[in-house]
Design a protein around this ligand. Structure first.
Ligand code: ADP
Length: 520
């Protein structure tokens, strides 16, 4: 049997999956590590902890899968986007991993936007101006930790760090380079204007390579520990978001990948780089002639969790006592309410919002409440509001890439039949739930198979990914959503003007019992 290992370097854990040549998972290791949040808005990881997780994960799946010599054809990586590590002249980290979730550069994102420079750079990098972006993080470092930036001989991301430790080379794939905001998607090289604004030189950045690039010559000490032969090709791979599109079989033009986990995203693949004229969607490289256009959404399942914890605390306790899933119980309660929640609308912006509105000051609201509305209406309206918000992202994508033809949907929300059907009804599209295990790791493995000529085309992923459920839009429901969506969207626009005032009020009158930082 021929095997490939796909490794996904995530925000709170590294997942290693041993796939056979048909994309079936044969062994799995999930190794968690802390996300350090010891200062306001900080979200860092320890590079050494991640490296250890990679070595242990590789070792574990090699052992569990009982892989014989010669059977492992390659190892490939997926990684979270937007990470930054500064390395000194002795190749030692000067910082921990500053992750996408780190918000300390917020002020500099605002300045970049206000000056218009952010929008200019966006036109050639495809990365919305936001504190998540390494470009903005470097401006923050330049202003607030100039001593560190001065000492930085190399500026890299988490995957580059792992590869440096395994192979002694600083290399970065186009996909993760693209996510730095320093990479010009039309010249496929570092962007001179972005480098200047970031205050760095191209000599500090890794060597750029394509996502199917192979590296060999694994450090013999790690080869011995993991059981992976020194000459096994490592395929550099790409970013987790783009690989997830591949891993859920959302590769054809017109197929949308919709995810509702803790956060959410809507993404589609196009064959050349296109940039959203309004700067609200990202454009990220996946592989030759495959680019992912989409929007990341903060307010996904985390909002449902808030509804459960704050509005249905007694039911949550009862569910726990009865040993039933509390989300399942709540969706049953919501299922008694008709589509459209009898005219109750909900804007889910509890944590500010990235796409579609890119406003850190956005706040949530119920609109249209009457005395007839119950808590059950509120839970249904919340689930609908999360989907309406994703629909707005879809409308923006549609403006660039044309009308979608179907949806591949993933994430914790897919456990609920009601919520899956709601997605089909609001979007008026067929929704498939792919049967895909660790989609970003599978995406990395498929990229490796292509690089190693084990498959002719990435589209062969469709043979590897089954479908667990399919939902068709129900007319009686989508007719209701057609009436409500324009109101929800208009309302969203009208509220924009007031978000700053209410967020400022909240900042000026902080609740002493609430220490949670605003995550936009
Ligand atoms: P993550 O994005 O952190 O990997 P998941 O994809 O598992 O997490 O998504 C978690 C979210 O999925 C929860 O916050 C909740 O909103 C939703 N969820 C979990 N179980 C159910 C369920 N049975 N029905 C509906 N939604 C659910």
């Amino acid at each position: 049997m021929a095997y490939i290992i796909g490794v996904d370097l995530g925000t709170t854990s590294t997942k290693s999956v041993l796939f056979d040549e048909h994309g079936a998972p044969k062994a799995y290791a999930n190794i968690p590590y802390p996300l350090y949040q010891d200062a306001p808005d900080m979200a860092e990881e320890d590079p050494e902890e991640i490296f250890t997780a990679v070595i242990n994960g590789l070792t574990e799946v090699m052992r569990k899968g009982k892989v014989k010599p010669g059977e492992l054809k390659g190892v490939s990586f997926s990684a979270a986007m937007h990470s930054v590590i500064l390395m000194d002249e002795n190749d030692q980290p000067l910082t921990r991993v500053i992750t996408w979730a780190d918000n300390r550069a917020a002020k500099y994102a605002q300045e970049l936007k206000a000056s218009g420079v952010g929008a200019e750079i966006f036109k050639h990098t495809g990365v919305p101006t936001h504190p998540m972006s390494p470009l903005v993080k470097l401006i923050w470092l330049q202003n607030e930790h100039p001593d560190l930036l001065k000492q930085a001989k190399h500026i890299i991301g988490i995957k580059d760090y792992i590869l440096y430790r395994l192979f002694g080379r600083y290399v970065q794939d186009y996909s993760l380079a693209n996510a730095t905001g320093l990479f010009n998607i039309f010249t496929m090289d570092w962007d001179e204007q972005a480098l200047k604004v970031a205050g760095i030189t191209r000599q500090q950045l890794p060597e750029l390579v394509d996502t199917e690039y192979q590296i060999t010559g694994l450090d013999s000490a790690y080869a011995e520990v993991t059981g992976i032969a020194v000459d096994t090709p490592f395929i550099i791979g790409a970013s987790d978001g783009t690989l997830s599109n591949l891993g859920v079989n959302a590769l054809d033009p017109g197929v949308l990948a919709v995810t509702i986990g803790t956060s959410g995203a809507v993404r589609t693949v196009v064959d050349k780089p296109v940039v959203d004229p309004n700067g609200r969607l990202f454009t990220y490289y996946l592989a030759k002639d495959r680019w992912v256009v989409g929007g990341p959404v903060n307010n996904g399942g985390i909002v449902f969790r808030w509804v459960r914890d704050q509005l249905f605390a007694p039911e949550k306790i009862t569910a726990e006592q009865l040993n039933v899933d509390s989300y399942e119980l709540l969706t049953q309660i919501a299922a008694n309410i008709p589509a459209g929640s009898d005219g109750l609308l909900f804007h889910p912006y509890l944590g500010g919002e990235r796409a579609p509105i890119w406003n850190a000051n956005a706040r949530g609201s119920f609109f249209g409440l009457t005395r007839q509305h119950t808590r059950a209406h509120m839970v249904r309206a919340a689930l609908e509001g999360i989907v309406y918000n994703l629909y707005l992202v879809m409308l923006m994508i549609e403006g660039i890439t044309g009308k979608p033809k179907s949806i591949q949907a993933t994430g914790g929300f897919a456990r609920s039949e009601l919520w899956r059907q709601m997605l089909a009804d609001v979007f008026e599209q067929d929704v498939n739930i792919p049967q895909s295990f660790e989609s970003s790791a599978l995406g990395a493995a498929v990229l490796a198979m292509h690089s190693l000529n084990m498959i002719d085309d990435l589209a062969e992923v469709q043979k590897m990914v089954g479908v667990t459920n399919t939902h068709h839009p129900h007319e009686e429901n989508f007719m209701v959503y057609r009436e409500l969506l324009p109101i929800w969207i208009r309302l969203s626009r009208n509220l924009q003007g007031e978000y700053d005032s209410i967020a400022n009020f909240q900042r000026n009158h902080p609740n002493p019992n609430n220490h949670s930082a605003n995550q936009d």
